[in-house]
Design a protein around this ligand. Structure first.
Ligand code: PLP
Length: 358
């Protein structure tokens, strides 16, 4: 079957097979990777290799620290303000959908003076703001945005220029889908369960110049500086998720790295959007220039057919095409681990469904 889930999402079959083969005897230890000390030689070597692999894939400059944390992207909604801004300080947020709205809500709760530097509510979150439309605040502690809105399927076609203010990006649903220029960002974070590995792990890539700015009362578990000083092992990390992420990085490397992922992801997205646009039954509401490569929401012109679409799709092995519970409709997520064959099968199913019901 093919899994189009938005997250936790499909993992590469080869990764699952390797994990399965070494589940009860990892690296000659006679036990699983879940049962060894995170401070032992074997696991610390794995942790270092995993970070080195990620650094190579993303060409992360030496001035950035990579943290392997817990608490998901939602934890970072709190960690970002607690680490980067004093209580009462101003920060700019770009509001482009459900996830940026949640980040905004948490920043406000933690006493940030949030300036909404762009708000796409008027388009029902089907657009990304143009650079020229951003109302940025001089002297803001940081600018926060969501490069890919996982629920709305809206993706920025550019990286905002913030005139030197640190740019913070929630890349939960787009990191590793293509090459990026890390030096454009002050901080990147991503929950693992979309494109990286299992849930329970959250990656943070932070410029070292942003460390040591945390509020005095930041909880240690959310403190970037302390986590960086302890190799992300201030406490017991999610070792199994860390291990699986390492296998995923190896899998990406073996397939040609992020340039190869980008080519594959572009081809998958073009095929699905082409199928939608070429039909009389399906439609995607997002402005073309900012359609997501990773998450493709769509509706049927006859919405009453959507439950039938989902049940027939599932019967054909095309799983988890339901939209987010907050918006309904349909959605196909096309992360790295979703093969082109999955999208070809989906496109063929959609044409056949339209022939019968359109
Ligand atoms: C999934 C997602 C989140 C929430 O992630 P959790 O790990 O569940 O906290 C936040 N932001 C974006 C863009 C997401 O896709």
């Amino acid at each position: 079957m093919f899994n189009f889930s938005a997250g936790p999402a499909a993992l590469p079959l080869e990764v699952l097979e390797q994990a399965s083969a070494e589940l009860t005897d990892w690296a000659g230890s006679g036990m699983s990777v879940m049962e060894v000390s995170h401070r032992g030689k074997a696991f610390t070597a794995l942790a270092e290799q995993t970070e080195a692999r990620l650094r190579a894939l993303l060409a992360i400059p030496a001035a950035y620290r990579v943290l392997f944390l817990q608490g998901g992207a939602t934890g970072q909604f709190a960690a970002v303000p607690l680490n980067l801004a004093a209580h009462g300080a101003a920060a700019d947020y770009l509001n482009t959908g459900v996830w940026s709205a949640k980040a905004i809500e948490e920043a406000r709760r933690l006493g940030i003076e949030v300036n909404i530097a762009a708000d796409e509510a008027a388009s029902k979150y089907t657009t990304a703001p143009a650079q020229s439309a951003l109302r940025l605040t001089a002297g803001a502690a940081y600018v926060h945005y969501t490069p890919n809105e996982t629920i709305g399927g809206v993706e920025f076609p550019y990286v905002p220029d913030t005139a030197g203010v640190p740019l913070v990006a929630d890349m939960s649903s787009t990191l590793l889908s293509r090459p990026i220029e890390v030096s454009r960002f002050g901080l990147i974070y991503a929950g693992a369960q979309k494109n990286i590995g299992p849930s329970g792990l959250c990656l943070v890539i932070v410029h070292e110049g942003l460390l040591a700015r945390a509020r005095k009362d930041v909880p240690a578990i959310l403190d970037y500086t302390r986590m960086a000083a302890h190799g992300s092992m201030l406490n017991t990390p999610p070792t199994f998720a860390w291990y699986i992420a390492g296998l995923v990085f190896q899998w990406i490397e073996a397939r040609g790295g992020l340039a190869a992922m980008a080519a594959l992801n572009r081809a998958k997205a073009e095929l699905l959007y082409g199928t939608i646009d070429g039909s009389g039954l399906y439609r995607n509401p997002v402005e073309r220039a900012c359609r997501s490569w990773m998450n493709v929401p769509f509706r049927l012109e006859r919405p009453e057919l959507e439950p039938l679409f989902l049940s027939e799709a599932a019967a054909a092995g095309l799983m988890h095409l339901e939209g987010h519970r907050s918006v309904g409709g349909l959605r196909a997520s096309l992360y790295n681990a979703v093969p082109l064959a999955a999208v070809e099968a989906l496109a063929a199913f959609m044409r056949e469904f339209e022939r019968r019901h359109g």
